[in-house]
Design a protein. Structure first.
Length: 287
C-alpha cells in the first residue's frame, strides 16, 4: 500500500533537517576554530584545552550516572583527573621528572578513604563509577598528550601532529555522517547504534585517508605511511569508541550525553572518537 505524505509534513521535515545541519555546521566551525587556535598557540594553551575537554566530559559522565541512581564522587574524581593530566603534561614536557606522578597515588587512595566516612549506599558502586570515568576519559587524554610530545624523551611540543590528528578526526566523522546520510543502508551494529552504517564508516575512512595524504605533504612529522596508518587506527578504534559510548547511552535510555554543543549533543558525543583512538595511536607511534 502506497502512503503519500502531505507536502506540509515533507516540507516541515526537510526544514527541521536543514536547521539541524545548519546548527551542527555552525557549532562545528566555532569549535574547530577554538581547538585549532588553542593547539597552535603553545603547549600551555594545549594543556588548557585538554583540561577543559577532560573536566567537561568527566562532569558529564558523572552526571549521567548520578541521574541513573548511582553516586560517583564527582569532586574527588575531578581533582584526581586534574592532577593526573597536569602531572602527565609536566613529565612529557620535561618540566618535571617522573617522580611527580607519585602525587596521584595519595590522591587516588584518598577517594577510597573519603568513601569510608560518607556512609553512602553501595560504596563500591560509587568508587567503581568514579574511577571508570577517569579510566575512560582522563587516561586516553594522557595518551593524547603523549602524542603531542612524541617522541617522549624530546620534551618538545609538536602542534602539527595535534592539528593533523584533529583534522583526521573531523574528516572521519564528517565523511561518515554525510555519506551515511546519503547512501547508508547496511547497519554496522544495529543493536547498539541503528543509524551507523557500513557505507558511512567506509566513507569516513576514505575521507580520513585523503586528509592523511594531504597532511603528509605539509607535515613531515610523522611520514606519509605513519599518517595513513594513524588515519586507519582513528577510523577503526574511534568507531569502537563511538559504539561504546552509544552502548552507555542505550543502557541509560538516553539519546545524547548532553546539550552543551548544539547540533552535536554533549562532550562525550563529540570527543568519543578521540578517546577511543588516542591510546592506540600512541602505542603505534611508540612501537
Amino acid at each position: 500500500m502506497n502512503i503519500r505524505l502531505p507536502w506540509g509534513f515533507c516540507r516541515g521535515g526537510l526544514k527541521a533537517v536543514m536547521n539541524n545541519l545548519t546548527q551542527r555546521t555552525i557549532t562545528g566551525g566555532i569549535l574547530g576554530l577554538l581547538i585549532t587556535a588553542a593547539v597552535c598557540w603553545n603547549a600551555y594553551s594545549f594543556i588548557f584545552l585538554m583540561l577543559v575537554i577532560d573536566l567537561l566530559s568527566l562532569g558529564e559522565f558523572y552526571r549521567l550516572f548520578h541521574n541513573a541512581g548511582l553516586s560517583p564522587r564527582k569532586s574527588s574524581g575531578l581533582i584526581l583527573s586534574t592532577s593526573t593530566l597536569l602531572t602527565c603534561f609536566l613529565v612529557m614536557s620535561r618540566i618535571c621528572g617522573p617522580k611527580i606522578l607519585i602525587i596521584n597515588i595519595p590522591a587516588a587512595f584518598g577517594i577510597f578513604i573519603s568513601e569510608l566516612f560518607r556512609q553512602g549506599k553501595n560504596p563500591f558502586h560509587n568508587l567503581a563509577f568514579t574511577f571508570l570515568g577517569i579510566l575512560c576519559i582522563t587516561i586516553p587524554l594522557c595518551f593524547f598528550i603523549g602524542i603531542a610530545f612524541f617522541p617522549a624523551e624530546s620534551g618538545i611540543y609538536h602542534s602539527r601532529i595535534v592539528v593533523g590528528y584533529f583534522f583526521l578526526l573531523w574528516a572521519s566523522d564528517s565523511g561518515a555522517y554525510f555519506i551515511g546520510k546519503a547512501f547508508g543502508t547496511h547497519a554496522l551494529f544495529r543493536r547498539i547504534s541503528p543509524k551507523k552504517t557500513w557505507e558511512g564508516s567506509l566513507g569516513g575512512a576514505v575521507c580520513a585517508l585523503f586528509v592523511a595524504y594531504i597532511l603528509s605533504r605539509y607535515a613531515a612529522i610523522p611520514d606519509a605511511t605513519a599518517w595513513m596508518i594513524m588515519a586507519l587506527i582513528i577510523v577503526v578504534m574511534g568507531t569502537f569508541g563511538d559504539l561504546i559510548k552509544s552502548m552507555m547511552k542505550r543502557s541509560l535510555n538516553l539519546k545524547d550525553s548532553g546539550t552543551i554543543l548544539p547540533g552535536h549533543g554533549g562532550m562525550l558525543d563529540r570527543f568519543d572518537t578521540l578517546l577511543g583512538s588516542a591510546p592506540f595511536v600512541f602505542c603505534y607511534l611508540i612501537l
